[in-house]
Write a protein that binds this ligand. Structure first.
Ligand SMILES: NC(=O)c1ccc[n+]([C@@H]2O[C@H](COP(=O)([O-])OP(=O)(O)OC[C@H]3O[C@@H](n4cnc5c(N)ncnc54)[C@H](O)[C@@H]3O)[C@@H](O)[C@H]2O)c1
Length: 282
């Protein structure tokens, strides 16, 4: 795996926190030469740059809103000018939403799709053009198990991540002849700071959502270690945990059964998880 990242020049959006930070640090530990941390949060981004430098990589933080296509274009060209090329681009920045479909206001759909889906579209376009021009590269998009799970109370997030998976599948086929690789990472719940950027439209789901993100034993470092190994092997679907692999396969072979079972089990399961979340103080 180390061979794949040694000497590489990489950009990570959402690199100031959680999974993005862990991907960036993991690549620096594997020998990446230069890393651009792109994020809305410049303070945390600079702190991650110091951690990257301590691991031997040159690092630079660029403030960027991935929902803004012009800002992503500027990010890509500034990164290319600084590093000379872009070997890997992680389109990872994202936010989350919880809530039953009928509770989600239209403004939340625009807000989340602009970041989670169009942010990845913007990155694939701007970094993809540079990779085509330089004769190769690797686009790595952060999807989610949500793209396969169809979990109730997460319609908006599920739709955004299903779009990221479909975009990645399509680009994988389009760009392979030009030696641009495409992978999509699909983790299940991970303990990150994502809850701080989550809009929960159904109050009953607040405690559960917070527990799933803040109280989760799975760390971003664990996900990054597994994901970076699979990316180095040029996997399209990067499924870092066993539950993500299981859900993807069940969904693939028994989609109707899975959704019917979810509908049947939801009320009982939700009550139980709500009680657990309340007991744990979420
Ligand atoms: N935490 C989970 O359980 C989980 C599971 C599956 C997928 N994901 C996905 O992983 C990705 C990273 O999330 P995380 O869990 O590490 O959360 P996080 O909140 O810890 O990190 C997300 C980073 O993205 C940045 N960001 C948010 N909006 C941005 C924007 N418009 N432009 C630029 N930067 C922006 C934030 O400032 C933050 O630094 C997201 O795409 C998320 O949907 C998370």
């Amino acid at each position: 795996m180390r061979d794949y990242y040694r000497g590489k020049r990489v950009v990570v959006t959402g690199g100031a926190s959680g999974l993005g930070r862990a991907f960036a640090l993991g690549m620096a530990e594997a020998g990446a030469a230069q890393v651009v941390v792109a994020d809305l949060d410049a303070g945390e981004g600079e702190a991650v740059c110091r951690e990257l430098e301590a691991r031997g990589a040159q690092a630079r933080c660029i403030t960027c809103d991935v929902a803004d296509a012009d800002a992503v274009e500027a990010l890509a060209s500034t990164s290319r000018d600084w590093m000379g090329r872009i070997d890997l681009a992680f389109n990872n920045a994202g936010v989350a939403s919880g809530g039953d479909f009928l509770d989600i206001p239209p403004a939340d759909w625009r807000w989340l799709l602009d970041i989670n889906l169009l942010g990845v579209v913007n990155g694939c376009r701007s970094f993809g053009r540079i990779m085509l021009a330089q004769g190769g590269g690797h686009l790595v998009n952060t999807g989610s198990l949500a793209a396969f799970g169809a979990m109730p109370g997460m319609a908006l997030y599920n739709v955004s991540k299903a779009g990221v998976v479909m975009l990645s599948e399509t680009l994988r086929a389009e760009l392979a002849p030009q030696r641009v690789r495409v992978s999509v990472i699909c983790p299940s719940f991970v303990r990150t700071n994502l809850y701080q950027r989550t809009r929960v439209a159904t109050p009953a789901l607040q405690g559960i959502t917070r527990m799933a993100l803040e109280g989760n034993p799975v760390t971003p470092e664990r996900i990054a270690a597994s994901a970076l190994r699979q990316i180095a092997r040029n996997r399209l679907y990067v499924m870092p945990t066993w539950d993500a692999r299981l859900v993807r396969h069940v969904r693939r072979f028994f989609p109707g059964t899975m959704i019917a079972a979810t509908a049947r089990l939801r009320p009982r399961l939700q009550r139980r998880i709500e009680r657990l979340a309340a007991r744990r103080g979420y």
